[in-house]
Design a protein around this ligand. Structure first.
Ligand code: YSA
Length: 335
């Protein structure tokens, strides 16, 4: 006759020794598995003398349920011990989530905006998708004018509705016109924003670039104000020893026009185009060009960032190489 009570005592004793999930699993195999101790007893019932079979069969089945409950209880006991006991050290510092940082162009753009704000400029933004009229015509660049070739343009596909042509703005200058439609002098404003050009890239050119447009209109402004403002800006950003160079340049919406270059790695890097706002643009805005004059400029933020951080190739900025971008973690908090 099988001694079920002794079997149960032995099973419980060895269950109490199982201290983790692996121990419980091997206990389960030993006792309740296909070749387990209790399973063998149940299988052997059919070989017992007929008068013993019912009692042993019923007893072994009951023991099976008892042991299944016991193993579940032991499992819960072990789980409770893990969450209450020293295995969970709540005094350990938490894991810090990885922290990103601002993109170098954002850092530079914000620094430039702050510098202009300190110099008394307002900041406004305009649309990236612009009307041909504002990007070109009203800046004195009509269709067919050779100056359009200065801006290789990405046009928005014609939707067939017969509406005006649209494009991804090639510069921030269209906001000069939009701003003049709404505001009266004195005007002192900058317009930061992204521009797009259908242009092959090289170390100093990207097809997507950021500009900061500046527009100043008031009475009695001269080229000296333009030069003084831009020189002051550049010295604030790069320090008093920076070497600069103004050269004549042509833009249809200014007269005269110029570009500003900064000494860089033994050469000159052009950072902006500028000039005195063309009298026709002042007159088109409903202002008297004999009374009001002004100057404007369009500055390349990526170029300023190259100078500021010593980046030799503009294309690094938009390659999304995290090793490059991590270099700017040290400037976190400087925007
Ligand atoms: C001129 C006179 C004004 O009264 C007002 C604004 C201007 C600037 C004019 N709208 C313009 O876009 N001129 S520009 O084509 O010479 O670009 C100005 C600046 O943007 C450049 O000096 C350069 O710093 C930057 N830039 C231009 N093309 C670029 C670029 N930066 C990176 N990649 C490019 N492809």
């Amino acid at each position: 006759m099988v001694d079920l009570a002794a079997l149960e005592a032995e099973a419980r004793e060895s269950l109490a020794e199982a201290g983790d999930e692996a121990g419980l699993e091997s206990w389960r195999i030993d006792w309740l598995g296909r070749r387990g101790r209790l399973t063998s007893v149940l299988r052997g019932v059919r070989d017992l003398p007929a008068d013993e079979r019912p009692a042993v069969g019923a007893g072994a089945n009951r023991l099976k349920s008892v042991l299944e409950e016991a193993v579940t209880a032991r499992q819960l006991e072990l789980l409770a011990a893990v969450s209450d006991g020293p295995a969970l050290d709540v005094s350990l510092p938490g894991r810090r989530p990885p922290l990103g940082s601002l993109h170098p162009i954002t850092l530079t753009r914000r620094m430039m905006e702050r510098t202009f704000r300190d110099m008394g400029f307002d900041v406004v933004e305009g649309p990236d998708v612009e009307l041909e009229e504002y990007n070109f015509d009203r800046l004195r660049i009509p269709a067919g004018h050779p100056a359009r070739d200065m801006w290789d343009t990405i046009w928005v596909a014609d939707d067939g509705s017969g509406g005006p042509r649209q494009l991804l703005r090639t510069h921030t200058s269209p906001m000069q016109i939009r701003y003049l439609e709404r505001r009266q002098p004195p005007i002192r404003v900058i317009v930061p924003g992204t521009c797009y050009r259908y242009e092959a890239t090289d170390a100093t050119h990207e097809w997507m670039l950021t500009q900061i447009e500046g527009l100043v209109i008031d009475e009695d402004l001269s080229f000296a104000h333009l030069k003084g403002t831009l020189e002051a800006f550049v010295r604030r950003v790069f320090g008093p020893d920076i070497e600069t160079r103004f050269r004549c340049d042509y833009f249809p919406f200014v007269e005269p026009g110029a570009e500003l270059g900064v000494r860089w790695q033994g050469d000159w890097l052009e950072v902006l185009g500028c000039g005195m706002v063309h009298p026709e643009i002042i007159a088109d805005a409903g202002l008297d060009p004999d009374r009001f004059t002004g100057f404007a400029f369009g500055m390349g933020v990526e170029r300023v960032a190259m100078l500021r951080y010593g980046v030799r190739d503009i294309r690094h900025f938009y390659r999304n190489d995290v090793r490059f971008l991590r270099e700017f973690d040290q400037f976190r908090g400087t925007a």
